[in-house]
Design a binder for this molecule. Structure first.
Ligand code: PLP
Length: 473
């Protein structure tokens, strides 16, 4: 056992070092059949690892078929590039397997979840406990829990909005007239949640957005009035903090005031941008977030936590307790539990020790280290923007607020397919990994500076790489 542990540790150390130095390609994609053969998947399925050398060979081969997020040339999806030691909680929990949704199944994990939730509530301004170890659910006070990802979190929060406006929906099904209002640019998981909740996709009433994909708050009233005129009941108003495509923040305070005036549930999808609350320089982007009824906040995006770990936060604990009106006699013990169970409030029954993963980020870097991470990645994106602005071959449609930036290679600007082909050709070469998105019908290249080691020189190299790749198309 020790040989294997030491061996895997050494392989991971080498992997990290080589990735950080950019010695390996960021990504070298192979068809799945080639990978299965290279990993000897069939043989291992049949006979297992014959000895530790075979196991180590397997791990070595496995690591070659990965996307090297620690390479500074990784500027891809909004997936954390974790600290080198962020995997330790997964190792501990892969060994002891204490799910944290039932306190008695994982007291340490459940407790740390309570601690990090209280910390998040403090950041939003919703914490009213005696101290950070006060885990009581109190009517009228903020509450929350962790769940597996932003999509499940959005579903959970919108279900709570439904429980508030239509408490009988749980037993009797939805009233036929519920709608949700939000930006055209909301993440697809919002639409998916609405469909899963049985409202039907058309129950989403999109509010027009500006060219930069932020919600046009002046259009909110018209969409709301039209919904009312159509005999609809607005179940929730959604805002982005920030938009997935452009990384820009909706005006939360204005939307919050609108919701307050009309007594509407306000949901903030802060999957990506919630972590800006940590930053004294950038917290203003979330001004007004405290006016929300519900918030989701992904720690596996901007808090260096390996996937998955998302918080669902409620302004009033009653939103949480009234949500899923279900009993499971073998797990929901109500008064008798020593600590706190989150199982009654989550979509999932069994849940990983998510609080430990998030707590570990603080343990490794401290709150100041996490703040520095936000500021470094957001500020470097601004520098990258200036680089692009000054370059004759690129155009950028907006000034960034976060670490997400869309831009076009100008010679292909009129040709969405060519811009897209450029992205594929670029990642095929393996020297960089970036994404792409469509904003108002136009195809853009898209970078997300998730890696704290990505320097401005790397950004400059990316532009050279794009030009070199384009020359081959
Ligand atoms: C604004 C927003 N909401 C929700 C999600 C979904 O989060 P997850 O990937 O954790 O399900 C994303 C993912 O990028 C997002 O950007």
């Amino acid at each position: 056992m020790q040989t294997l542990i030491d061996g895997v540790g050494q392989l991971l150390t080498n992997y990290i070092e080589k990735s950080k130095k950019g010695e390996d390609k960021v990504l070298q994609q192979q068809p799945p059949r080639n990978i299965a053969e290279d990993l000897k998947a069939r043989e291992i399925l049949h006979s297992g690892f014959q000895d530790s050398q075979v196991a180590l060979q397997f791990v070595k081969r496995y690591l070659t078929h990965t996307n090297h997020l620690k390479n500074p040339h990784y500027l891809g999806h909004q997936v954390a590039v974790p600290h080198d030691l962020s995997g330790i909680p997964d190792w501990i929990h892969g060994t002891i397997n204490n799910p944290s949704s039932l306190y008695e199944m994982g007291p340490a994990g459940a407790t740390l979840e309570g601690v990090v939730i209280n910390w998040m509530l403090q950041k939003v301004g919703w914490f009213s406990g005696d101290d950070i170890y006060d885990f009581r659910l109190k009517a009228g006070a903020g509450s929350g829990f962790l769940t597996h990802g932003g999509s499940v979190a959005n579903l959970t929060a919108l279900a709570a909005a439904r429980a508030a406006i239509a408490p009988k929906a749980w037993d009797e099904g939805n009233p036929q007239n519920l709608v949700v209002i939000g930006p055209e640019s909301s993440h697809y998981s919002i639409g998916r949640a609405i469909s899963i909740l049985g409202l039907g996709k058309n129950a989403y009433r999109p509010v027009p957005v500006h060219e930069d994909e932020t919600l046009d708050t002046t259009a909110l009233a018209a969409v709301y009035e039209k919904a009312c005129a159509d005999g609809k009941q607005v179940m929730a108003v959604v805002a982005n903090a920030c938009a997935t495509s452009t990384g820009l923040f909706d005006k939360l305070s204005t939307v919050g005031d609108f919701c307050e005036k009309h007594q509407l549930w306000f949901h903030v999808d802060a999957a990506h941008g919630g972590a800006a609350l940590l930053s004294r320089q950038h917290a203003h982007l979330l001004q007004g977030i405290e006016k929300a009824n519900s918030i989701i906040w992904d720690a596996h995006k901007m808090m260096l936590v390996p996937a998955l770990c998302t918080a669902v936060l409620f302004k009033d604990a009653r939103y949480q307790t009234n949500n899923f009106q279900q009993k499971g006699s073998y797990v929901f013990h109500e008064q008798e539990v020593v600590g706190m169970d989150t199982m009654p409030f989550t979509v999932e029954c069994t849940k990983s020790a998510l609080g430990t993963k998030l707590f570990w980020s603080f343990a490794l870097l401290g709150e100041k280290g996490l703040e520095d991470f936000i500021d470094t990645t957001f500020n470097r994106t601004k520098e990258f923007y200036q680089l692009l602005e000054a370059h004759p071959n690129f155009s950028v449609p907006y000034s960034p607020q976060s670490n997400i930036l869309c831009f076009q290679y100008l010679p292909f600007a009129q040709d969405n397919e060519k811009q897209m082909a450029l992205r594929y050709a670029l990642i095929e070469r393996g020297n960089f990994y970036i994404t792409s998105c469509e904003v108002r019908g136009q195809r853009y290249l898209r970078t997300v500076l998730m890696n704290p080691n990505t320097s401005l020189a790397d950004c400059r190299d990316l532009l050279h790489e794009i030009e070199a790749t384009a020359a081959l198309l």
